[in-house]
Ligand binder design. Structure first.
Ligand code: FAD
Length: 384
């Protein structure tokens, strides 16, 4: 029997392999990754300075342990370049490998803004363990970080780097932090919390260029202002990795298009995690990929199972002002009902009929498990 081949050793690829092995311990399993195959939890990357952890300390298992645990052949440091869907083979840097079923767990790429200036090579992003290792090396002994983007990852790193002793500037073109997740009052609470750590915000302007300035950089904004820093971290968003699927003739929209069975437009090829667009939804979070891994493992083990997404609130790891949010799709009819005191905000989004469609909790409210549970119960499922 040709192997089940999984491409990707992020949380999606490894969780699928773990779930699959609970149901089938015999089928040959080949896992291929272009990174080093260490098992780690990506959300921990934006807590590493607070905890003072190196990349090696954040890794939970080495690749040898994963081979044993999953009874799998794991090939590291190699990219899958092409899929021959007729022959049911993949090309891995010149080698042709057959598959029975193929799963694409390719993750998402960092979006890089087009920037001018001669200091672009000093702009970093942290989207995997190897990026994190590189970034830690670069910032060793440095003190001043400029973060491009005040979304989830930008805010988490602003808090984390501040805790790690850095002075931090955040540039966010929209006039507030977490603009796509939170109502304004809750954004203000998070910004106030971060400001209390010394974070300086530059709202309403984008970064135009990054220039070398001695050992550091000078970050030029669209209004002409310049911010001096030692290092720049770009955190302006992620895009599903769709290139391999696209050149292989699979259906791609915002992500690799899959149905509720995580099946692409080819019956033997599946996708999950950040790379996938599941029934029209691109959700770059851990809980959706865990639900997808459980369902797909059953399907691959012979029991076709559609994925279901309950409401899945997201935690933003800004401990100075914690956030739990179940975001509302922009343009949804309804209103935010807000109850706030200082940085403690309880915001509930209600439809015109009075149904709860989303919520945002900050500060002390975010720490209240019962409140989060009560509001989550009121939400409709994301995919039922
Ligand atoms: C800093 C940070 C903090 C986050 N915090 C949270 C959080 O608190 N809560 C939350 O829910 N989510 C959080 N997220 C998002 C969450 O971590 C991701 O949704 C999740 O880890 C994605 O897993 P994945 O396996 O789909 O992708 P990835 O982990 O990116 O894995 C993709 C894999 O595919 C491999 N690959 C890609 N292309 C090829 C190829 N052609 N050939 C071979 N291998 C290939 C890569 O090497 C890699 O192994 C955070 C993300 C970041 C960056």
């Amino acid at each position: 029997m040709n192997p089940l081949v999984i491409v990707g050793t992020g949380l999606a690829g490894y969780n699928l392999a773990k779930e699959f092995r609970k149901l089938d311990s015999e089928r040959p399993l080949l896992i291929i990754t272009q990174d080093d195959g260490r098992n780690y939890s990506k959300p921990m990357l934006s807590t590493g300075f607070t905890k003072n952890k190196t990349a090696d300390e954040l890794a939970m298992n080495g690749v040898e342990q994963m081979r044993e645990q999953l009874k799998a052949d794991i090939r590291t440091g190699v990219a899958v370049n092409a899929i021959d869907r007729v022959a049911k083979t993949i090309q891995v840097e010149g080698e042709i490998i057959p598959y029975g079923d193929l799963v694409l767990a390719l993750g998402a790429d960092v979006f890089r803004p087009p920037l001018g200036g001669d200091g672009i090579e000093r702009v970093y992003s942290v989207n995997d363990l190897q990026d994190y290792a590189r970034f830690r090396d670069v910032v060793a002994g440095k003190k001043k970080a400029v973060i491009i983007g005040g979304g989830l990852i930008g805010c988490e790193f602003a808090n984390d780097l501040s805790n790690g002793g850095f002075s931090v500037d955040v540039v966010e073109p929209v006039g507030r932090v977490l603009p796509s997740l939170l109502p304004e009052r809750a954004s203000d609470a998070v910004a106030n919390g971060l400001a209390s750590l010394g974070v300086k915000f530059h709202f309403g302007h984008s970064v135009k260029g990054v220039w070398e300035d001695g050992a550091g950089v000078s970050v030029e904004l669209s209004n002409g202002e310049r911010i001096a820093g030692d290092v720049v971290l770009s955190a302006i968003g992620l895009r599903p990795r769709t290139q391999l699927a696209l050149v292989s003739g699979l259906k791609v929209e915002r992500g690799i298009v899959v149905d509720r069975f995580l099946r692409t437009s080819d019956a033997n090829i599946y996708a999950l995690g950040d790379a996938a667009e599941v029934d029209g939804k691109v959700l770059l979070y851990v809980l959706p990929l865990m639900a997808a891994a459980r369902a797909l493992a059953k399907t691959l083990a012979g029991e076709p199972t559609p994925v279901q997404y309950p409401a899945m609130p997201v935690q933003v790891k800004t401990p100075v002002c914690p956030v739990v949010v179940s975001p509302v799709v922009p343009g949804t009819p309804g209103n935010w009902e807000i109850d706030a005191s200082g940085n403690d905000v309880k915001a509930v989004f209600k439809s015109p009929e009075g149904q709860t469609l989303g919520f945002a909790l900050t500060g002390a409210h975010a720490g209240s498990g019962p409140l989060k549970m009560e509001l989550t119960k009121q939400l409709p499922p994301l995919l039922d």
